[in-house]
Design a protein. Structure first.
Lengths: 213, 341
């Protein structure tokens, strides 16, 4: 099996064309829920599952869908997937689902998902579409978690607080108090902190890219 | 002794950036003196803290950007930002808040956009807004004015309090809400305006202490207009629109809305009108645009004070209009001589 195309897919999804840091897609959930690592991870995983499912289905039906109606069809596929994920999260991660609220149904409108369906899955075979969905989702999740960690650390001085909402009771004590006696820094938790934090992350990525050249 | 003789024309040297900044700092002196007189010497501790943090932050970014450090540091713009922010902070906020606010203003508010002349926002107000949003508790704890102070706070007390060598308890005992703050909370409790304004903190035109600070800042501002440092249009339209709007609502319901002069002489009105809104970089630049810009700030200040979530709205009003300034300029471009409008 030739591994080269997959390596390119992974590199594109995780770094070179990272949906959050380079394409700047899906900013609405990215900015709204990234105020803690666990919120970020929850939404990132939901987005990744939605991406993998929709990429798979779009790739499977790509020869049946005519060019004129492709976008409505993709939206329907994505909406169906997201509804499933929404209901599952409500059942199994109820507390987290309450916090993430409207942003889980809003994954439907996440441009990153329909973007990958249109630009990649509708033109590639199942295996590649699957890999693309996985790595793009992973890249999105990692960027989201980096932003979440940054904001949680600066905003409240903790990391992985409320991890039990996602990992169950064993995670009750995963929360790390990084700074003791920390007064908190509200700006980082509030929306401006998301914009400034994302700007700084993009800057860091650009610096790394520039150094690499 | 020989003096160097320069060829004609023998004119006064034209204004440079550092000369203007220095004169604005001089114009701030009466306001700072009034602050010291009414609220104790805390501001005299805040200004050096702010200056040191501003110059350090600026120097660090300039080194990172591989730009010449000394000429930029000496142009005085960072110093002015620092002093403006220090003057608008409550006199006894902890030192790290001042240092953080000023560094944020310089690094994110100014240098990240490309330095002096490229910043879309007024850096001092950006730092103030960040502090106000992040630390609402400390940012609303002002000292009682001279007339109400039970004990005078000496310079060494201020140093100790600002560097937090004393416990918080004594500071909490000292702190008091500003007139604007009292007004907002009490109106929220359905108290009648007359009843509110009979409270001790009110007096004279606005609040005891506050009116003096605003008078002296007004004096400094008028001096700047006389020297041609700032355009009269922005302060005039700002104060004018604030006055008209406040007058309208005062006449409409005197039981709910304080007098226009109360708005003029409380909070950061005069500081905003003469020192903040007139920032040549972030303000509107066309003559008609400046009138619109100032008037809209006045409207926003009134709206935020009367119906917004914060007691004073000068910082937010200025920041919002900073965003709008390029658009205002675009629609108010003066007619070029010889061309039709």
């Amino acid at each position: 099996m030739n591994i080269e195309p997959y390596r390119k897919i992974a590199y594109d999804g995780l770094w070179k064309n990272n949906q959050a840091l380079v394409a700047l897609l899906g900013l609405c959930p990215l900015l709204a829920v990234s105020n803690s690592v666990i919120n970020s991870l929850g939404l990132g995983l939901a987005t990744t599952v939605a991406l993998v499912l929709s990429n798979t289905i779009v790739s499977l039906i790509r020869s049946q869908v005519s060019h004129e109606v492709r976008l409505p069809v993709y939206v329907l596929v994505i909406a169906a997937n997201v509804t499933i994920i929404d209901l599952l999260m409500n059942a199994f991660f109820h507390e987290l689902h309450k916090i993430l609220g409207i942003f889980i149904p809003l994954i439907v409108t996440n441009c990153a998902i329909i973007g990958r369906a249109e630009a990649f899955a509708s033109k590639n075979t199942l295996d590649k579409a699957l890999a693309d969905g996985f790595f793009v989702g992973l890249g999105f999740t990692l960027a989201l978690m980096a932003l979440g960690a940054l904001r949680e650390l600066i905003g409240t001085g903790t990391l992985f607080s409320r991890a039990d909402w996602l990992f169950g009771d064993i995670a009750k004590h995963w929360s790390i108090q990084v700074f003791d006696d920390y007064g908190g820094f509200l700006l980082a938790i509030l929306p401006p902190g998301a914009f400034i934090g994302l700007g700084l992350l993009i800057a860091v990525k650009n610096v790394i890219d520039a150094r690499g050249k | 002794m020989r003096f160097p003789t320069l060829p004609s024309p023998h004119l006064a040297p034209s204004n440079s950036v550092s000369r203007i900044m220095l004169q604005v700092l001089v114009a701030l002196v009466p306001g700072v003196m009034a602050l010291v007189w009414q609220f104790g010497p805390g501001v005299l501790v805040q200004i050096p803290i702010a200056l040191i943090s501003a110059l350090t932050a600026e120097a660090m970014v300039l080194l990172l950007r591989k730009r010449p450090v000394l000429p930029v540091l000496l142009d005085g713009s960072a110093a002015l930002t620092a002093v403006l922010l220090a003057v608008s902070l409550p006199p006894l906020v902890p030192w790290w808040m001042t240092a953080f606010g000023v560094s944020f203003a310089i690094i994110i508010g100014k240098q990240l956009y490309g330095g002096l002349g490229f910043n879309p926002f007024n850096p001092a107000m950006l730092g103030y807004a960040v502090l106000l949003i992040s630390f609402p508790l400390q940012m609303t704890a002002w000292l009682p004015p001279l007339a109400l102070a039970h004990a005078t706070v000496s310079f060494s007390d201020c140093v100790a309090l600002i560097f937090q060598q004393v416990t918080h308890a004594s500071f909490d005992g000292l702190a008091q809400a500003t007139p604007l703050d009292t007004l907002k909370t009490q109106l929220g409790l359905q108290t009648h305006l007359d009843e509110i304004q009979s409270a001790q903190v009110f007096g004279g035109l606005s609040g005891k202490g506050w009116q003096w600070v605003n008078w002296w800042l007004l004096a400094g501002g008028l001096w700047m207009i006389r020297r041609g440092l700032i355009d009269w249009r922005i302060p005039l339209s700002l104060l004018g629109s604030l006055y008209l709007l406040a007058m309208f609502f005062f006449l409409y319901k005197p039981a709910l809305y304080p007098t226009p002069l109360f708005h003029w002489f409380s909070g950061a009105t005069m500081l905003g009108a003469f020192f903040i809104a007139t920032d040549p970089v972030s303000a509107s630049t066309t003559p008609r645009g400046r009138l619109v810009y100032g008037a809209l700030i006045g409207v926003l200040v009134y709206v935020i004070r009367s119906w917004g979530g914060y007691p004073d709205g000068v910082a937010f009003a200025v920041l919002l209009l900073n965003v709008a300034a390029p658009t205002i300029d675009c629609y108010t471009r003066p007619r070029v001589y010889g061309h039709k409008a």
